[in-house]
Design a protein around this ligand. Structure first.
Ligand SMILES: [Zn+2]
Length: 391
C-alpha cells in the first residue's frame, strides 16, 4: 500500500494549508478549573498534561455530536485520597426552575439540543456552569497511550464522565426509605429524561409516566431492580438487538462490560470508544450523532474510490453548505478537510460502518456498529478478574 501512503502524504501537505479554513461544527466543552495552584489539574506540567488529556477526549466527543453548542463545565477541586470513585460528573439541574413532577433534561442537554443558555451565577469563566466534574488523582493514571497493568486509563474514565454530563444517567434512588424516588431524594418526583426510557425487563416503565413515581413502593423497589431493569429507547433496542440491560441496582449505567458506560474500570483496561449501544442511548435522548465513516460511495468497503471522492472535494464546504457523506465528508461537519482524510486512512481496507436502519419518526439517522467491538470484548472479559474501580 505504498502508493496509498504517498498519495496521502501529498494530500496531507495540501490539507494542512487548508486547515485554517476548517470550521468544525459540533459541541465545544469549555472547562473552568477550580484547583488551587500546584494541585490536580493545576499541578504544573503534570496538571497541564491532565488538562490536555481531558480536553482532547472532550473535543473528540464533541465532534461526534451534530448539534452546534458550547457548554461550560466546572472542574471541582480534585480529590487525592485514592478511595471510592475514580471520577464523578453530572449536569446541573437547578437552573431549570423549581422542579415540578416530570422527566427533566440537564442543563448540558438543554444547551446542546434546545439552545438554552446556562442560568445562575457566572461561576464558569463569566458564564454559568452547566455541569460539574471531579477527578480523584489519588489513583495512578495513564493520561495517554496504553496503560500499564497498574494504571487506570484516564481518557476512558473521562469519556465515561462526559457521557454522564450529556444526560446518560438516572435519578432513581436505589435503596433506603426513598427507594425509587427522584433527584437527590429531595425532589421525589423529578427524574431525568433517561429515566423515561427505563423499564422492567418486560417493558413496563419503572417510573409511571403519568404520576411520575415508581410503579412499586420503596419496600418493593430494590427487588424490582434486582429482577433486572432495562433502557428501552427505540434506537438502543435496535443497536443492541434488544433492550439494554442496565447494571444491577445501578440504573445510571450499562450492564454490558464492553460499553464505556459500564460502571467500573479495571487497572489496565481501555474502553475509549463509545459502542453502538452507548451512542444509541444518546440518540434516544435527543442528540444527533454523526459517526465518522469514510465509505463515501456506500459500497461496503473503504478503498481507493473513496479516496478519489475525498480528493475531489478537498477544501470545500462549511457549515450550512449541504456537503454530504457522499461528497467525502466523513465527519459530517459539512467541510472536507484533514479530519476526513484522517478517518479515511484510519478505516482504509475495512468494510466500513454497518448501518442499522431506524425507521421511526427520526428515520434518517443510522447507528453504525464499531468494528472494534470484538476486540474490546476480549479485553474487558480478561479484566473482569481484576480489582475494579467505580466511575
Ligand atoms: Zn458512571
Amino acid at each position: 500500500m505504498n502508493c496509498r501512503r504517498l498519495t496521502c502524504a501529498v494530500a496531507i501537505a495540501v490539507l494542512f494549508s487548508l486547515c485554517s479554513l476548517s470550521l468544525e461544527a459540533g459541541v465545544t466543552f469549555e472547562f473552568t478549573y477550580f484547583d488551587t495552584p500546584g494541585t490536580g489539574f493545576s499541578a504544573g506540567s503534570l496538571g497541564a498534561a491532565r488538562k490536555a488529556s481531558l480536553e482532547l477526549v472532550a473535543a473528540q466527543l464533541g465532534s461526534l455530536i451534530a448539534q452546534d453548542a458550547t457548554v461550560k463545565i466546572g472542574v471541582a477541586p480534585s480529590e487525592t485520597d485514592g478511595t471510592g470513585f475514580l471520577a464523578t460528573a453530572g449536569a446541573d439541574f437547578e437552573g431549570l426552575g423549581p422542579p415540578a413532577a416530570g422527566f427533566f433534561d440537564g442543563e448540558v442537554f438543554a444547551a446542546i439540543v434546545d439552545g438554552i443558555p446556562g442560568v445562575g451565577a457566572p461561576d464558569c469563566g463569566g458564564s454559568a456552569c452547566q455541569g460539574g466534574l471531579v477527578v480523584d488523582f489519588g489513583y495512578s493514571y495513564a493520561l495517554a497511550g496504553t496503560p500499564t497493568p497498574a494504571e487506570i486509563h484516564f481518557p476512558s474514565v473521562i469519556l465515561h464522565e462526559l457521557t454522564h454530563l450529556l444526560g446518560y444517567g438516572s435519578h432513581i434512588t436505589t435503596s433506603g426509605p426513598f427507594a425509587g424516588s427522584g433527584l437527590n431524594e429531595t425532589f421525589p418526583d423529578v427524574y431525568s429524561k433517561f429515566d423515561s426510557f427505563v423499564t422492567t425487563l418486560g417493558g413496563t416503565p419503572v417510573i409511571d409516566p403519568g404520576a411520575f413515581g415508581p410503579i412499586v413502593g420503596p419496600g418493593s423497589f430494590p427487588a424490582l431492580l434486582a429482577a433486572g431493569i432495562a433502557f428501552s429507547g427505540p434506537f438502543t433496542t435496535l443497536a443492541g438487538g434488544g433492550t439494554l440491560v442496565l447494571a444491577p441496582s445501578d440504573p445510571s449505567h450499562s450492564g454490558t462490560t464492553t460499553d464505556v458506560m459500564f460502571p467500573s474500570f479495571a487497572f489496565g483496561e481501555v474502553r475509549e470508544d463509545l459502542t453502538a449501544v452507548d451512542l444509541a442511548v444518546l440518540i434516544d435522548l435527543g442528540y444527533a450523532i454523526g459517526l465518522p465513516d469514510a465509505d463515501f460511495d456506500s459500497d461496503g468497503d473503504i478503498d481507493g474510490t473513496d479516496f478519489l471522492t475525498l480528493q475531489l472535494g478537498l477544501g470545500s464546504g462549511g457549515p450550512g453548505s449541504g456537503i454530504l457523506l457522499s461528497d467525502g465528508d466523513a465527519t459530517h461537519d459539512e467541510f472536507i478537510g484533514p479530519s476526513d482524510l484522517f478517518f479515511w486512512e484510519d478505516q482504509f481496507g475495512t468494510p466500513g460502518a454497518i448501518p442499522l436502519a431506524f425507521s421511526a419518526s427520526t428515520g434518517s439517522q443510522t447507528v453504525p456498529e464499531p468494528t472494534s467491538l470484538v476486540l474490546l470484548a476480549c479485553g474487558a472479559i480478561a479484566a473482569l478478574g481484576k480489582q475494579r474501580l467505580k466511575v
